[in-house]
Design a protein. Structure first.
Length: 244
């Protein structure tokens, strides 16, 4: 899974709080998926700029690597990724919905010459790193899904190289859910197989589920996924559909 360059991390740098106007209902992106409108307000925080944008369907906020762009300028945010209830600690406010991306016209960038855009990174406390303690789930014993695509959690870990890019089905108990992060729900499944390090499988999905449910996740195996800030996964299942 490729995360577009320039997607923002939660800003850890300290800076002064800014009093921004309340956010109106979020605008929809244009047909090509980009977000276009007129810049109404810019708030710089550390290495990034928060932009309040007027679009034909309403006002919304976006965040991009710091850019010298003035209010009144037409802007385009390429390949925006939406987050819900994002807390911008560096500017002292929460955004019900905000688009993360990069300006289509890079001439506004004020990065030092010869340097690249900030590396992609996931928000802090988004999902626990593989080496961190996982939530207590009690004794889990879930039957393996039958059929040629059926795999246990342990098998997905053990066979990840051979399974990379292939569709698998995994039946497991939901032990952790992070909803609406980067436009997806991030679900941890266990089925009782595997040892620590291979007993928990991360699944990304648009479907809803709750901790404690037993679901079948059918999606594509991706390997060596690095979201930055220590969130590295040897394997996960991407774009899964959940079945009960």
């Amino acid at each position: 899974m490729r995360i577009a360059a320039g997607i923002l991390m939660v800003l850890a740098a300290a800076c002064s709080a800014a009093n921004a106007a309340p956010t109106a209902p979020a605008a929809a992106p244009s047909a090509d998926g980009n977000l276009r409108g007129k810049l109404l307000e810019r708030v710089d925080a550390g290495s990034y700029s928060y932009l309040r944008i007027a679009t034909p369907s309403g006002e919304t906020w976006a965040a991009v690597p710091i850019a010298d762009v003035a209010p009144g300028t037409p802007v385009t945010i390429e390949s925006p990724i939406w987050m819900q209830d994002f807390e911008g600690k560096a500017i002292g406010r929460k955004f019900p919905r905000i688009a993360f991306g990069t300006l289509a016209d890079d001439k506004h960038s004020v990065r030092p010459a010869g340097t690249a855009a900030a590396a992609p990174a996931m928000p802090a406390s988004f999902v626990h790193p593989p080496g961190a303690a996982t939530p207590p789930a009690g004794k889990v014993q879930v039957e393996r899904l039958s059929g040629p695509s059926g795999q246990t959690v342990e098998q997905v870990h053990a066979r990840r190289t051979a399974l990379a890019g292939k569709t698998v089905g995994v039946r497991g108990k939901v032990v952790k859910v992070n909803s609406g992060v980067l436009g997806k729900n991030w679900v941890h499944l266990r089925d009782g197989s595997g040892a620590p390090g291979s007993d928990d499988l991360l699944v990304t999905t648009q479907d809803e589920c709750s901790v404690g449910e037993v679901v079948v996740a059918r999606g594509i195996v991706r390997t060596d996924q690095d979201f930055g800030a220590g969130y590295k996964y040897a394997v996960l299942v991407e774009g899964a559909r959940l079945e009960r």
